[in-house]
Write a protein that binds this ligand. Structure first.
Ligand code: HEM
Length: 172
């Protein structure tokens, strides 16, 4: 029987899962011009900045609390692979909102979130820089989709095929 994550970690995990899914969905929808582009960008930026705050708390929590041990079904090589892919997901979850913030800064538009707060720019007003960051924001978005798909597939493989209770570590 495998261990479980504490309530604090489970809340942070599912909060990021739902928020990132929403940010991806709104992001791809708004750039495809379905619905009101301006309103969607406003919601997307607020959601993205909230994700940044949640992920910072989550990373701090991860650094200060050791996760429960893997079930016996996870071999040494797979364990290493999981550790690397988790680091990569944390890096992308932190990088994506920062790229978004820097990209809007470089475009010279005010970064208004929660309907009232204007954030300071974190990058200079520069059209070339905006172009690079805009592309990076797309690339990281697709990489996040791929990482989430691989993550969910691996958990389902363990839970349904190896029946080692992997999913329960994050649900109960
Ligand atoms: C984890 C957080 C985030 C995720 C997963 C995410 C995801 C996405 C996705 C999927 C797109 C569409 C990409 C494309 O179709 O090429 C997008 C576009 C965009 N994102 Fe984000 N984003 C995040 C955070 C942010 C933040 C914090 C900001 C700004 C403060 C932001 C600003 C924008 C803007 C302005 C666009 C549209 C640009 C345009 O219309 O050309 N994003 N985002």
């Amino acid at each position: 029987m495998t261990g479980r994550f504490p309530v604090r970690s489970r809340i942070l995990h599912w909060l990021t899962a739902v928020a990132i899914f929403a940010a991806l969905l709104i992001g791809f929808t708004m750039t495809n011009e379905i619905g009101s582009h301006h309103a969607l960008v406003a919601v997307h930026m607020t959601l993205g900045i909230s994700i940044l705050a949640i992920v910072i708390v989550r990373v701090a929590n991860r650094f200060t609390h050791k996760p429960p041990n893997w079930p016996d079904t996870v071999g040494r090589l797979e364990g290493k692979l999981i550790a690397r892919s988790e680091q990569l997901m944390y890096a992308m979850m932190l990088a994506q909102p920062l790229i978004g913030w820097a990209m809007v800064s470089a475009s010279g538009t005010p970064i208004r979130v929660f309907g009232a707060i204007t954030l300071p720019p974190i990058a200079p007003f520069d059209a070339d820089l905006y172009g690079i960051l805009r592309q990076a924001h797309s690339v990281v978005a697709y990489l996040l989709v791929a990482a989430v798909a691989a993550h969910v597939s691996a958990i389902l493989l363990h839970t349904l095929t190896l029946r080692d209770g992997m999913l329960r570590r994050m649900t109960h």
